[in-house]
Design a protein around this ligand. Structure first.
Ligand code: XBP
Ligand code: MG
Length: 267
């Protein structure tokens, strides 16, 4: 069968992690004796900057301080971010932040269809490991053929670099992959890399512009938690997104159902 891959963002997509990130940032600020505290509204705005170190630097740029102090605080960002990352790992351990509804099912369906799984995330490798080993168990990360994340690329989302890196490591062209995202920055990165993209926004990212997405759903849904108005609004095959329908929607030119196409290696 022709190889294919589902390339997944992590934060907000596989799990709704941004409240844990926000808490970890605030714990790090307190541990370092900084009187900073990011409210949910502050954080929603700051999330427009991807990458924790970059987000801290963007916040410092807004502070009413002199150039010397600003330089000092920006130089502090990497060490401050390392403290934050340790707090985040503690916050997501033991399954404290579960996968979003339907995610485990969709990943299983993709693997059962013979697709590979990959990660394309702005967050650090430590955070990916902490979340997925906690939410999917010790072997969780091994389900992913490729983990492209964090500082492996110079330009973070919305630049396409992390998706291009994932495709290169997968040895796939963009037409052999589907991207799975939650934010406008992620959608811009995936589409700039040429991938058809599924978007399931969260309360942190729902204000974004998702017109370039192949499909936008509030969540994936599950047999026990069907999507309102489905099938019929965006889905044809059921009230929750099955991988077979995701495949079909991503390749409207292919009339064969995914099982037949992949079985005959035509997908
Ligand atoms: C979302 C991000 C990350 C997280 C915080 O990443 O932009 O910066 O908010 O994690 P994703 P770090 O691409 O997975 O949606 O502090 O490790 O950056
Ligand atoms: Mg995300």
């Amino acid at each position: 069968m022709t190889p294919h891959a589902l390339v997944c963002d992590v934060d907000g997509t596989l799990a709704d992690t941004e409240e844990a990130h926000r808490t970890a940032f605030n714990l790090a600020f307190a541990a370092c004796g900084l009187g900073w505290s990011w409210s949910p509204d502050d954080y929603r705005t700051l999330l427009e900057v991807t990458g924790g170190k970059e987000r801290i630097a963007a916040y410092v740029a807004t502070l009413p301080v002199g150039a010397a102090e600003r330089r000092l605080l920006i130089d502090l960002a990497p060490a401050l971010h390392a403290v934050k990352t340790r707090h985040y790992a503690a916050l997501v351990c033991d399954g404290a932040v579960p996968l979003r509804q339907g995610v485990a099912r969709l990943l299983d369906e993709a693997l059962a269809a013979g697709w590979r799984l990959a990660i394309a995330s702005t967050t650090t490798a430590a955070n990916v490991e902490a979340l997925l080993s906690s939410a999917l168990g010790p072997s969780g990360l091994r389900r992913f053929s490729v983990v492209a994340c964090g500082d492996q690329v110079r330009a973070k989302k919305p630049a396409p670099d992390i998706y291009r890196r994932a495709l290169a490591e997968l040895r796939l062209t963009p037409d052999r992959a589907i991207a799975f995202e939650d934010s406008e920055n992620g959608l811009r990165a995936a589409t700039a890399a040429g991938l058809w993209t599924l978007v399931t926004p969260t309360r942190w990212t729902q204000h974004g512009d998702f017109r370039a997405a192949g499909l936008v759903l509030p969540r994936l849904g599950d047999p026990g938690a069907p999507l309102d108005g489905e099938p019929g609004r965006r889905l044809r095959d059921g009230a929750w997104l099955r991988f077979e329908e995701l495949f079909r929607l991503s390749r409207p030119s292919r009339s064969l159902p995914m099982s037949a196409a992949t079985h005959r290696g035509l997908a």
